[in-house]
Design a protein around this ligand. Sequence first.
Ligand code: NI
Length: 296
Amino acid sequence: MLRSFLLSLIVCNFTACAADQPTGTDPAAGYGQPITPSLAPAQGQPRVTFTDCHVEGPYIAITFDDGPNPTQTPRLLKMLKERGIRATFFCVGQCVAESPEIAKQIITEGHEIANHSWSHPLLTKMSEAAVKEQIDRTHNVIKQTTGVTPTLLRPPYGGFTVRQRAWANAVWNYKTILWDVDSLDWKHRSPAKTESIIMAETKKGSIILCHDIHKTTVDAMPATLDALGAKGFKFVTVSELIQMHHEPVAQKKGPVAKAATAKEAATAATAIEDLQKQPQPAHDSAVPPGGGAVRP
Ligand code: NI
């Protein structure tokens, strides 16, 4: 019941900023065209999903989902600029199409822009073709609007199966980015709670989840950002945090970590095989860890 209500709120919100078609779509640019899957190099970074990072210094990434919002995102950008803080924006494609100038501003002010689907559905419940359209349209509208090719994907509600993650990595070279600090800002709509949750849970390497479509979230930011800075945290984008990431030494040598890596490699290989063998399904139906929860 609550879930339905919240979903309806989200749908209404996105309807408000929806464009019928992405502006400036170039039919030759890849949308609707087959994409040849190519696996990232086997060596280097085998991980395709991050909830947080293992880093040496006090680095964190704050992320804002579901925008750009014509009212709240510019307010937030001003606060970030005043503090010299860079953030990562997981944008909904139809909102990028509706507010292209704000998407451009995100880039010109040094932030990272990333893919949060076209219309914010739960991707685990959709066909491969439908998921591909959700990701592809957003990928292309971001590229065409900002000139930047996104490399990160955050699935709505965190819902993306293990095989979908491997598939998105193979097709678009996307890393799937979840979070370890959930401000729950969409739920309580309280600036004080947003700040207290973030301050209580953030540690070095954290990826903090917020939404720049809510006034209360943006209202929380001056105090929250200043308090994080006062604790010594340094803000980087998610891609920068990933660049600093290293697997804990103990796990590198452990049999469990080895098995996980081998399993992940096998999953990626299977996803590629499925892509090549039409019309076999390429998705699990299982809900991933942390997936399926009602979180914008
Ligand atoms: Ni969202």
